[in-house]
Ligand binder design. Structure first.
Ligand SMILES: NC(=O)c1ccc[n+]([C@@H]2O[C@H](COP(=O)([O-])OP(=O)(O)OC[C@H]3O[C@@H](n4cnc5c(N)ncnc54)[C@H](OP(=O)(O)O)[C@@H]3O)[C@@H](O)[C@H]2O)c1
Length: 270
């Protein structure tokens, strides 16, 4: 089995053209790791078309990491098993490297997760996990007789939302944490922050590189996004940077529990 990717590239809101360009550039780096979801418009279809072309050209399926998710609309409308089959069809693959439950949808998330367990057991999903789970959601799941513990928790993490409690708990449980929106979309809050600007100068790096390196120090895999293939080299080089302990603490101390994504998108009040 291949080692887990050091960084995963998101596809929400990207055009098919951008997705193709990014995968081409990742192909040159030999590290194709993609995050998608059925509700990212037609991203799964664009990824499937591109991956099929690469495989036809001799690229090995096992060298491509594809992560997709289960959405509540699909759980309700077609059921979890059919939702997984539909993703496989769109992605033109016969197994998913990592299958995540998109949100802890009230009333239906435990049943949906148990169906994901089945996909794991029959090899359709090589890893299964969750997104946007807090400790209370894990407690509900773990107390409901599941047989495969989630392997991944994908949550919003950046220097202004460090999620230290849930990260610590997941590390203790050997649940791999993935950070979505790791750059907080490079909003001015990030790009103009004096601590991050100072550290970028100190390490002769960009602010995104500082943030990716900080994630690595916390054993977190960033799920970032770019429409610009020219940024890919910069992103991979970030993982060669070692930030001193006192500077890691400075970054973590920027935390103010600031979230870009609504607390309970898709599951209001939860
Ligand atoms: N599980 C969930 O509920 C959930 C929720 C949200 C997101 N996600 C996943 O996480 C992925 C990433 O989310 P995100 O887009 O919010 O991530 P992000 O990495 O915080 O932000 C990406 C944005 O930052 C810009 N950027 C990247 N590098 C830059 C640089 N060096 N200088 C200036 N701007 C830069 C990109 O613009 P350019 O295109 O110009 O590079 C892009 O618009 C999504 O695509 C999705 O796959 C999951």
């Amino acid at each position: 089995m291949n080692p887990p990717p050091i960084v995963i590239f998101g596809t929400s809101g990207l055009s098919a053209y951008s997705i193709e360009n990014i995968i081409d550039r990742l192909n040159e780096s030999n590290q194709i790791a993609i995050d998608t979801a059925p509700n990212y418009v037609s991203a799964e279809i664009a990824i499937g078309n591109k991956i099929q072309r690469l495989i036809n050209e001799g690229f090995k399926r096992e060298d491509i990491f594809i992560q997709t998710k289960i959405d509540w609309q699909d759980i309700i409308k077609v059921g979890t098993q059919t939702a997984i089959k539909n993703s496989l069809k769109r992605l033109k693959i016969d197994y998913i490297d990592s299958l995540l439950l998109h949100w802890p949808f009230p009333d239906i998330f435990i049943k949906a997760y148990k169906e994901m367990e089945h996909s794991y057991k029959v090899g359709i999903a090589r890893e299964i996990g969750v997104c946007n789970f807090k400790l209370r959601h894990f407690e509900m799941l773990l107390n409901d007789g599941i047989s495969v513990k989630p392997m991944i928790n994908q949550i919003e993490i950046h220097p202004f939302n460090t999620c230290s409690d849930i990260v610590k708990w997941c590390n203790e449980q050997e649940i791999q944490v993935q950070a979505y929106t790791p750059l907080l979309k490079m909003l001015p809050k990030v790009s103009e922050n004096s601590t991050l600007v100072t550290l970028a100068k100190k390490y002769e790096a960009s602010i995104p590189q500082i943030i990716y390196a900080w994630n690595k120090s916390r054993n977190i895999i960033p799920v970032t996004k770019t429409s610009n293939p020219k940024r890919i080299d910069e992103i991979f080089k970030a993982f060669e940077i070692t930030i001193k302990e006192e500077d890691l603490t400075r970054i973590s101390s920027l935390n103010e529990d600031y979230k870009f994504m609504l607390e309970s998108w898709g599951c209001p009040g939860y």
